[in-house]
Design a protein around this ligand. Structure first.
Ligand code: COA
Length: 141
């Protein structure tokens, strides 16, 4: 485990750094987004947090929101070799803090497989079975 100091900013990371970080998740197999598209997507965030080891982007998270009613936390990513050091928790805490400052009524996220325990630590609960989250399926069975 590295012992270097991590710094956190609300600045948009450069497109190549973010593209590299995003590719570590495997999500882009499904999305097929270019570095340019990813960059545009994060530019349109309501709030974001970038984590750096020196000038190396090692973590990221962002919120999409109308600023009043709804917020969706997305793209929570920490480089595999930096996971388990509190970086994801620090990013999520910052994102939630901004939502609380604005009294956002409804904060949601999509949870990746195996990550529910992480989000539970920060107050998230699974939606009830009779009021689930849903997503559009362009090719339903
Ligand atoms: C999910 C993710 C962002 C967590 O970041 P991280 O930096 O490893 O998390 P932290 O080290 O800040 O963990 C904070 C706490 O959550 C716990 N935790 C972390 N991952 C966990 C998991 N999968 N299940 C249960 N608890 C977990 C840690 O043990 C720690 O607990 P502590 O405060 O008691 O020590 C990171 O694993 C990641 O980037 N994964 C790949 C991308 C991904 O799946 N993102 C989630 C999209 S929904």
């Amino acid at each position: 485990m590295k012992n270097t100091r991590i710094t956190y900013t609300n600045d948009i990371p450069d497109r190549e750094s973010y593209h590299r970080l995003f590719e570590t998740t495997g999500w882009n197999t499904k999305y097929g987004a270019s570095a340019e598209e990813l960059h545009t997507s994060i530019q349109q965030s309501w709030h974001l947090v970038s984590a750096f080891d020196a000038d190396h982007l090692v973590g990221f998270g962002r919120t999409i929101s109308d600023g009043i009613m709804h917020a969706l936390i997305v793209d929570m990513i920490v480089l595999p070799e930096y996971q388990g050091r509190g970086i994801g928790g620090r990013i999520l805490t910052d994102l939630l803090e901004r939502c609380r400052e604005h009294n956002i009524r409804d904060i949601q996220l999509f949870c990746a497989r195996g990550k529910a325990g992480f989000y539970r630590r920060f107050g998230f609960v699974v939606r009830p079975d009779d009021a689930p989250g849903m997503q559009f399926d362009s090719q339903p069975a």
